[in-house]
Design a protein around this ligand. Structure first.
Ligand code: ZN
Length: 166
């Protein structure tokens, strides 16, 4: 902090306390040069995550966009609005834990896919078909095949603990 009296950059914090109902910290400081005392009010810089798209343009992370993307994929599926809220929360938390300032947009798409995969396969396929824009029928069929395989694997895993009934 620059001393308002002599301009020195060396100071010592005497006292530091948060101000109630505001994200501001009041600090009492003493200049190490001229020994005068002054008060600073510090607020954290608003940190907003920026999304970097494949064409290198940037836009602020928009929670609503993620929400409506998932909502569209889940239309007429047995998925509650609260579940979508929860997923968006999770994605937002993961992003702010894993990224500082900038997130490649494909990461967000991938995270949504991961969540839908566990939630609802129809919603997953819907989102994937929009998101990955399967260029041709072959890639789409490939994705379906992969899904079916994975689905069977999961189904048999889930059935494993039970006794087989014949
Ligand atoms: Zn000073």
């Amino acid at each position: 902090m620059k001393c308002p009296f002599c301009g020195s950059l060396s100071d010592q914090v005497l006292d530091s306390r948060p101000i109630e109902h505001a994200s501001v910290v009041r600090r009492r400081r003493e200049c190490l040069e001229c020994k005068k005392r002054y008060t600073t009010f510090e607020r954290p810089e608003e940190v907003s995550l920026m999304v970097v798209k494949s064409n290198h343009s940037r836009e602020p992370f928009d929670r609503k966009k993620v929400w409506s993307g998932i909502d569209r994929a889940c239309r007429k599926r047995p998925v509650a609005a609260e579940t979508i809220d929860k997923i968006v929360d999770e994605i937002e938390n993961e992003l702010s834990a894993e990224y500082v300032m900038e997130i490649p947009s494909n990461i967000i798409g991938q995270k949504i896919l991961d969540k839908l995969w566990d939630l609802d396969l129809v919603a997953y396929i819907r989102f994937a078909s929009v998101y990955r824009q399967f260029g041709d029928i072959d890639t789409f069929m490939e994705e379906l095949k992969k899904l079916k395989k994975e689905h069977l694997k999961r189904a048999s895993k889930a059935a494993m603990p039970k006794k087989s009934k014949i």
